[in-house]
Design a protein around this ligand. Structure first.
Ligand code: G1P
Ligand code: ZN
Length: 543
């Protein structure tokens, strides 16, 4: 095997964000761009010599070309083996499972998650560590350091590998094992859930629609829902992964999965609607006439997890990202188990899961998962809902109402202000940060601030500290607003404003969330003077 050592210059801007490195696809296609990052990953983990990696992606534009480059670089850097999903496909949770199951040295996952795909859209790459989870901050920092000082990379001068058929092949000495991307994941799901009861549910006429949004979960959902669980053919829609996700945003929320949302609110609605994102780690759950917010879904799943065999013995604890609503905290309190609040991003759950401090975790951004892998897992959440429905035999809406009757309801919404000039966004956040200490006692639109701070996280397992993780303002009457800037965007800055209003067990649980949150929204707008600062008060996306 001929190995080329190519001299290169460091490339600016390769700092991994909330979830790996994300850029415009054309940026990733620039000569040396991907190579720089991959070599930096290998260098940051003391080289690839003799190691085994998992590689796969969500099938977006440039996925296959990127994988071929990674294979050549892995071979040139002395890797012993790379496990690749057939046709280069692996969902993020399936990749996490493979990394763990085959005790590999980690994996490279190619995806920009829910961001659109295509030559003019987004691409991304993320290194996951041997526990199957996203690299923690000390490793992403080491990778970034490498990208800033790299002077050469190694790449094999070899023909491309056939990824279309399953089987082992070789690139020089390195084994390339092309595997069925679904099989191991399907076996894992069958080990967690009661497939017999879920089969019976479908056999009894239960109907659902799963929208794979032209993304990677199509083959997984087909094999599991329509295959193993006997749901009728056609249950899974938009099931074939496409390079540009059918021209849409593969983001499972009421805005981007509007067709599914409309169906679920109509008289023809099936019993359950679900969707997942580009790389299969996010999920959306909708009952007939009942959208389940991700924060509520986390709480309901935690409260009912014992219906599934894997969680029958109970949960060791629950974790949520800070901006996620407090709904799951109420469940943890009733169960007398630990509850942890982490910064945004799945990487912060890894230590808690490894130390068995938590079993289930989730984020308001449609991410839910458990200790079965070290990533959030869209299809897992859908299957846990199905397992619960198979046991409780009640409509999703009734399960929600019953939940709120026991715990009260955390009305919740997130407002995204996209493509703000980065300067304006930073100034807004800086000014608000400077005011934090003086806010308590002041009133905005009639709501008095009780507390305000900037979130920083002390990891209880390894003692690491992550500062600057979002500004929090609490108001009297159990309301909270959180502000943070997105770490996954590729254009300008996105301000995320998270709004929350608790209504206790005796209150009204059936309001439109936007009505229930009106007072909090008014207070937020007055406090930030958002209209004058960014020229608009209406967000681009409300979830
Ligand atoms: C967003 C979500 C966050 C999630 C991440 C990756 O990050 O808010 O919860 O972990 O995508 O899916 P953000 O753009 O807010 O940094
Ligand atoms: Zn994703």
């Amino acid at each position: 095997m001929k190995i080329d050592t190519i001299s290169c210059k460091p490339i600016a801007g390769q700092k991994p964000g909330t979830s790996g490195l994300r850029k415009k696809t054309r940026v990733f296609m620039e000569p040396g761009y991907l190579e720089n990052f991959i070599q930096s990953v290998f260098n940051a983990i003391d080289g690839a010599q003799g190691k085994c990696f998992v590689v796969g992606g969500d099938g977006r534009y440039f996925n296959r070309q990127a994988i071929q480059k990674i294979l050549k670089m892995a071979a040139a850097n002395g890797a012993a083996k790379v496990i690749v999903g057939q046709n280069g496909l692996l969902s993020t949770p399936a990749a996490s499972n493979l990394i763990r199951k085959y005790k590999t040295d980690g994996g490279l996952i190619l995806s920009a998650s829910h961001n659109p795909g295509g030559i003019d859209e987004d691409f991304g790459i993320k290194y996951n560590v041997p526990n199957g989870g996203p690299a923690p901050e000390n490793i992403t920092a080491a990778i970034y350091d490498q990208t800033c000082s790299l002077s050469e990379y190694k790449i094999a001068d070899e023909p491309i590998i056939d990824l279309g058929s399953i089987g082992e092949r070789k690139m020089g000495e390195m084994i390339v094992d092309v595997i069925d991307p679904v099989a191991d994941y399907k076996a894992l799901m069958a080990s967690l859930f009661d497939f017999v009861h879920i089969r019976n549910l479908f056999a009894g006429g239960f109907t659902m629609v799963f929208d794979a949004m032209h993304a990677v979960t199509g083959p997984y959902a087909k094999a599991i829902l329509e295959g193993a669980l006997g749901a009728p053919e056609g249950t899974v829609i938009n099931a074939i992964p496409s390079e540009d996700f059918g021209g849409g945003h593969p983001d499972p929320n009421p805005v981007w999965a509007k067709g599914l949302m409309d169906l679920m609110m109509s008289t023809n609605a099936p019993y359950l609607g679900a969707a997942s994102d580009g790389d299969g780690d996010r999920n959306m759950i909708i009952g007939r006439n009942a959208y389940v917010t991700p924060s509520d879904s986390l709480a309901v799943l935690a409260a009912n997890a014992h219906f599934a065999p894997a969680y029958r013995e109970g949960l060791s604890g629950i974790a949520r990202s800070m901006p996620t609503s407090a709904a799951c905290d109420r469940v943890a309190a009733k169960m007398h188990i630990g509850c942890y609040e982490t910064p945004t991003g799945w990487k912060f759950f890894g230590n808690l899961l490894d130390a068995d401090k938590v079993t289930i975790c989730g984020e308001e951004s449609a991410g839910t998962g458990s200790n079965h892998v070290r990533e959030k897992d869209g299809l897992w959440a859908v299957l846990l809902w199905l397992n619960i429905l198979a046991e409780r035999r009640e409509p999703v809406k009734d399960i929600l109402l019953d939940h709120w009757k026991h715990y009260g309801r955390d009305y919740y919404s997130r407002y995204d202000y996209e493509a703000i000039p980065a300067e304006d966004a930073n100034k807004l956040v800086d000014d608000l940060r400077a005011q934090l200490d003086s806010l308590p006692g002041k009133s905005f639109a009639g709501l008095k601030v009780t507390k305000a701070d900037e979130f920083s996280y002390n990891d209880p397992v390894d003692g690491s500290v992550s500062t600057g993780q979002g500004l929090r303002v609490w108001f009297e009457g159990d309301a909270r607003v959180v502000f943070r800037l997105s770490g996954t965007g590729t254009e300008g800055a996105t301000l995320r404003v998270y709004l929350e209003q608790y209504v206790d067990t005796h209150g009204n649980h059936t309001q439109d969330p936007q009505v229930a949150l009106k007072g909090v929204v008014a207070a937020m707008l007055e406090m930030t003077d958002l209209g004058n600062r960014i020229g608009r008060t209406e967000p681009n996306v409300i979830t």
